[in-house]
Structure formats: C-alpha cells, structure tokens
Design a protein. Structure first.
Length: 122
C-alpha cells in the first residue's frame, strides 16, 4: 500500500550527525511500518531502497529494519552529561520475576528530576 503523508507527519531534518541521520531513517521506517506512509526515493535512506522496490509493504521486514537501525543508533548515542549518575541505583525490583530495576535515590533533598529531563540512556 502506498500512501503520501502530510508534511506534519514527515520527520524533521534536524542534525546531520550520524546519530541524527539514523534517527531520521528510523522515523521514516516507523511511519512506513505504522501508518503505511512510504517515503519517496529521495527521502528513503539508501540502505532501505530495496524495500521500495517491493510491491507490498512487508511488515516483518520493516520491523526488523527498525530494530537494526535502533541497534546502530545505540552505537552512536551523543554524549549525555547528566546530573543524576550519583543518584541512580540498580536494585531488585518489587515486581515478581522482573529482576533488577533502576531507581532514583537522591543523595540530597534538593535533588529532583524535572519533567522532560533525560535521566540516562539504556
């Protein structure tokens, strides 16, 4: 199924860094997989143009490609200098069978996490 999305549904151009390019690639793949919004040849990453040649949208292939891109993105995450490294602890989860969890245990009463703040990358 081929569908054209509106400009508001299209990924933004943002950064030209490797991470930024991979993020845009993932955004296009996710739009394609979730909403059947096929990118144009110009929008489509060279690595994904093989998928454009297909007559149908193979959801399993699109899902696998999204996973591949996420793994690549993990290798090029931008440096994050957070404020919470000293306040984060790995502890046993209280959820049965869940294993370990990451908990915010502030070292002082003034340590707070503000809405929208990046705490860490996993």
């Amino acid at each position: 199924m081929t569908s054209k999305g509106s400009a508001e549904n299209r990924p933004s151009d943002g950064s030209s860094s490797t991470f930024g390019r991979r993020m845009r690639r993932l955004q296009y793949l996710a739009l394609w997989r979730e909403l059947a919004v096929r990118p144009t040849k110009e929008e489509c990453s060279e690595e994904d143009r093989d998928l454009l040649c297909r007559a149908d949208d193979d959801l399993e292939m699109l899902s696998n490609r999204c996973i591949e891109v996420r793994k690549l993105m993990n290798h090029t995450l931008p440096l994050h200098l957070g404020n919470y490294e000293d306040d984060l602890r790995s502890r046993a989860s209280q959820i049965p069978g869940a294993g370990l969890g990451l908990f915010f245990l502030p070292s002082s009463s003034t340590s707070v996490i503000r809405e929208g703040e990046t705490i860490c990358y996993i």
